[in-house]
Design a protein around this ligand. Structure first.
Ligand code: BMA
Length: 816
């Protein structure tokens, strides 16, 4: 007989353990979401509510419920109580018997409860201990660990709970607690399938799968495997074994976004008894592909790149953090929106940063479907861990639980031990001053224990010890000749954007620049009197030390002084987009020497000034629109030194690009000074320098200081525009921008609106925004030349609403 489950999700009762409150609680969920839903607390993200809310987690909370088990389930030989996520320190009792102590939110907890279940009513009770108290005591008991990162609380390395729930340099300190993932009773006779392992073997276009069922309780008499291809064609095989090989007819390869399609195959494994009855079955959806880290020696050192289906890919994307500090507010729909935005913005990679939690199945399903390769950090970040025996057992179990859950996904490109901890040991004095014993624990944890677990549970996924790393052993982890790099001199080091052009990492897995969210998002956490970036409320929604000052500093380097709060928000976002553009375009020009540009960071977990390109309300900052352009599969850009430019075309598609580039020198009005066409043919997966010009003489002869810009347009051989770009020859604050008269004509087109935008003079940083409602545009943050029109689609909006709401800003407005 097949196994049977009984869900324990739904309504429970939540009480503060000292017995004051008694409220309905939703499972899966959390204390914060229940307190919010019942109106007991105010929105913790509003103004400075964070600080008061944090104190709620000095206390313990109890969840209880009663349930009656269906007789059919009660009759099973084995009945497990399964929690897919408890956050975090939980004592679980069933009908008065203590059955489980849980201390790791990343694990699945499973207890045999057959002896304790009653035929009548059962009562389950879970006491969640204060996470604040736990880390405080852990810190006191371990005075040899003294490091805590910006914005976090001391002692978090001792608790296996998403670190950023205790704050980060972009996140609030709202640890929360609760049953954060589903829970159920699972009854079975004889055996259940714990998981299946699928290995793929690719040989010259043919693919075979080796599939193994891992069972608990007993081994099966026989196993049946069926693989259903993307066109519905099924291959089936049965045998008296727990491992089976199967070759796939006409295999269709899964490709990353930009390289082709993402065909997926569904593998179903059934374990049978000796009469052929199904005892249990398990399904996984896979994609046929190979992904490895390529580390060939070359003239610059050792390359670091993702090799997908045998081809070297330039990785383009951003770093992903948890989507909401209140975890139960995430949903497949919300994640899909975010990841679809990534795919639409030409990402082929997303790095899941190690200070959060292992994402839900739906996250990986969606990355499979969208062709987004996942760089998955294990959940360790910026900390000093003490590898006691108990801690080791805990993280070993955690690794197994998660890898068995997710390892089959086509999207997973590599597993990485942690975020920034190897480099912390070599380069951050506050970490490096810890004991040799703790340093040895680092090596043991990330270069032995976790490496070994990853090799045994996910043997076909490459393991990388840390980000950044050069391969491990504290051997110059942030080396520019090997491995990946985190580059932070722009932003944390206050270097100008031009500094990116001096940097030649093999793969940049972090670099970033902050901005404020849009006015609509700012309004969601402020009163009008808070809307000054140095107010208490605005500063409390800025967790990077001196962050608002840094934004202001960079504005002083680039733009005129913004006279309004709105223009300051706009300028900060334009700055951020320009910073990331400078970095990414440079690294794409040096494709081969550099093979990845993953900017920090994609998203936010609450409304805040941060490095995110999409804010916590899902709104696109200017950077997201810019990313769509600088990650375009084929892009034109230039390397500028004073008045000389070298133009480059990067082609990250699988076919040769033939076409032409039009290169124009214009003045501040937008009038053409000179123009030329360059024919080009750029092979697949290469970047090519196509032209070089020096305007120094011209600049002197015509006194053209602050009055020259370079406009580059890339066309395919049908004359279609593939990419356009613009480079100013002086800082925007000095450039003689004219105040443009930007004309907008709006026409309804089904559910969308078509906006035609034009300007009488050269306009730069043109930004369309709707005041109250939200609208996503097909393009935004662009430049306009006089006499040209741009057509923008505003999605899902009525014309009269759009006309009433639409405002346009350009760089010439800053300071006026
Ligand atoms: C990187 C990340 C995060 C941090 C970010 C901004 O180093 O790994 O820890 O939020 O910098 O400072």
């Amino acid at each position: 007989m097949m196994k049977e489950t009984f869900s324990l999700c739904g309504t429970w009762t939540l009480e503060e353990a000292s017995g004051q409150q008694n409220i309905p609680a939703l499972v899966p969920g959390s204390v914060l979401s229940d307190l919010l839903n019942t109106g007991i607390i105010e929105d913790p993200f509003w103004r400075e509510n964070e600080y008061e809310t944090l104190r709620l987690f000095d206390r313990d909370y109890r969840y209880t419920r009663t349930f009656t088990v269906p007789p059919s389930l009660l009759a099973r030989e084995n009945i497990d109580l399964v929690f897919y996520g408890l956050d975090t320190l939980a004592d679980v009792s069933l009908n008065g018997t203590y059955i489980l102590y849980a201390n790791n939110m990343h694990r699945t907890w499973r207890v045999n409860v057959k002896p304790y279940l009653l035929p009548a009513q059962n009562t389950i009770s879970i006491l969640f201990h204060s996470p604040n108290r736990f880390i405080e005591e852990a810190a006191q008991n371990n005075p040899d660990v003294t490091y805590d990162g910006t914005g976090t609380m001391r002692g978090t390395s001792f608790l296996r709970k998403a670190h950023c729930m205790f704050g980060w340099d972009w996140g609030p300190q709202l640890p929360d607690a609760g049953i954060w993932r589903p829970c159920e009773l699972e009854g079975y006779d004889f055996l259940r399938i714990r998981t299946i392992a699928i290995n793929q073997y690719h040989d010259n276009g043919s693919v075979s799968l080796q599939i193994k069922a891992i069972t608990e309780g007993a081994t099966a008499a026989a196993m049946r495997v069926s693989v259903c291809g993307p066109e519905g064609n099924v291959t089936e095989k049965q045998g008296n074994t727990d491992t089976m090989s199967l070759s796939i007819d006409h295999p269709r390869l899964w490709q990353p976004n930009g390289w082709g399609q993402q065909p997926l195959y569904t593998v179903t494994v059934s374990c049978l008894d000796d009469e052929g009855n199904i005892l249990d079955s398990c399904q996984r959806r896979i994609g046929l592909r190979t992904i490895h880290i390529s580390r060939e020696q070359d003239e610059y050192g050792e390359e670091f790149c993702l090799k997908v289906n045998g081809r070297k890919m330039f990785a383009m994307g951003a770093d992903y953090i948890p989507e909401d500090n209140i975890l139960s507010r995430t949903s497949p729909e919300r994640t899909y929106q975010l990841l679809a935005d990534c795919a639409k913005s030409n990402f082929n990679t997303v790095r899941v940063w190690g200070g959060g939690y292992y994402p839900e199945d739906w996250f990986f399903d969606q990355c499979d479907e969208l062709g987004l390769i996942v760089w998955l950090d294990l959940m360790y970040a910026c900390n000093v861990y003490k590898l006691t025996e108990e801690f080791e057992q805990n993280i070993v179990a955690e690794t197994r639980d998660n890898l068995e859950r997710i390892r089959h996904h086509a999207c997973i490109g590599l597993l990485c031990g942690n975020n920034e901890m190897e480099t912390a040991w070599t380069d951050w004095p506050a970490v490096a001053n810890h004991s040799k014993a703790l340093q040895a624990d680092y090596i043991k944890q990330f270069e032995y224990v976790l490496r070994k677990e990853c090799a045994s549970y996910a043997p076909q996924i490459d393991y990388w010890p840390s980000s950044p790393s050069s391969g491990g052993c504290f051997d110059d982890p942030n080396s520019y000749d090997r491995g990946d790099v985190h580059y932070w001199d722009v932003w944390h080091g206050l270097k100008p954007f031009s500094d990116y052009q001096q940097q030649f990492p093999r793969f940049c897995s972090e670099f970033g620049f902050e901005s404020f969210p849009s006015l609509k998002t700012v309004k969601s956490y402020t009163l009008p009197e808070d809307r000054n970036v140095f107010s208490r409320v605005m500063e409390s929604h800025q967790k990077c030390v001196g962050g608002n000052g840094k934004i202001l500093y960079y504005i002083s380097q680039n733009y005129q002084y913004p006279l309004t709060f709105e223009h300051l928000l706009y300028a900060s976002q334009l700055l951020q987009a320009e910073a990331m553009r400078a970095g990414v375009e440079h690294w794409r020009r040096y494709r081969g020497r550099c093979m990845g540009a993953i900017y920090w960071q994609l998203n936010d977990c609450w409304p805040v000034a941060s490095w995110a390109s999409i804010d916590s309300s899902g709104r696109w900052k200017q950077l997201q629109y810019a990313a769509r352009k600088f990650f375009a599969p084929q892009i034109i850009s230039c390397e500028r030194n004073d008045f000389s430019v070298r133009v480059n075309v990067a082609n990250d598609t699988l076919s040769t690009l033939t076409g032409k580039a039009t290169l124009r020198l214009i003045d501040a009005q937008g009038q053409t000074i000179s123009t030329r066409d360059v024919k080009l043919s750029v092979p697949a997966l290469t970047a090519q320098w196509i032209f070089q010009e020096d305007f120094s003489v011209l600049e002197k002869a015509f006194h053209a200081e602050d009055n020259m810009a370079y406009v580059m347009t890339l066309y395919d051989d049908q004359g279609q525009t593939l990419s356009e770009n613009c480079e100013l020859f002086s800082p925007p604050k000095f450039f003689r921008f004219c105040k443009p008269n930007i004309r907008l004509a709006v026409r309804q087109q089904g559910n969308d609106c078509k906006i035609t935008v034009s300007s009488d003079v050269f306009a730069w940083g043109v930004w369309l925004e709707t005041q109250e409602i939200d609208s996503v545009f097909s393009d935004n943050g662009f430049f306009l030349l006089p006499g040209e029109t741009k057509t923008i689609i505003a999605h899902q909006i009525q014309k009269d609403v759009l006309l009433a709401e639409l405002a346009v800003t350009s760089v010439a407005d800053i300071g006026r």
